[in-house]
Ligand binder design. Structure first.
Ligand code: ZN
Ligand code: ZN
Length: 83
C-alpha cells in the first residue's frame, strides 16, 4: 500500500483516519474468517489466510476494536495490521 504523504509525516487526523480505515479492513477479514469457520473450513494458523498479521512484530492477529492492538507483546496500531 502506497500512501502519500509518507506515514511518518501524517497529521494526527490523517493517522486516525488511517487507523479507522484499517479497523474496517481488519473487521471485514474477521467476519470473512468467521463465516468460513462456520462453514467448517479451517486453515493453519501459520497461514496468513484472512489474517491481520502485524508488520512490526510477530503478532498474528489484531486484538480488540480500538486503534491499538491489545496484545501486550504488540501494542502496534491497526494500520500495522491491515496489510
Ligand atoms: Zn497486534
Ligand atoms: Zn505488533
Amino acid at each position: 500500500m502506497a500512501i502519500s504523504p509518507t506515514l511518518d509525516k501524517l497529521t494526527d487526523d490523517q493517522r486516525g483516519a488511517l487507523d479507522d480505515a484499517s479497523l474496517l479492513v481488519i473487521s471485514a477479514r474477521q467476519d470473512a474468517a468467521a463465516l468460513l469457520r462456520r462453514a467448517g473450513l479451517e486453515w493453519d494458523d501459520d497461514d496468513d489466510f484472512f489474517g491481520s498479521r502485524c508488520r512490526q512484530c510477530r503478532c498474528s492477529e489484531f486484538d480488540g476494536n480500538g486503534r491499538v492492538c491489545r496484545r501486550s507483546s504488540c501494542r502496534h496500531s491497526a494500520a500495522q495490521h491491515a496489510s
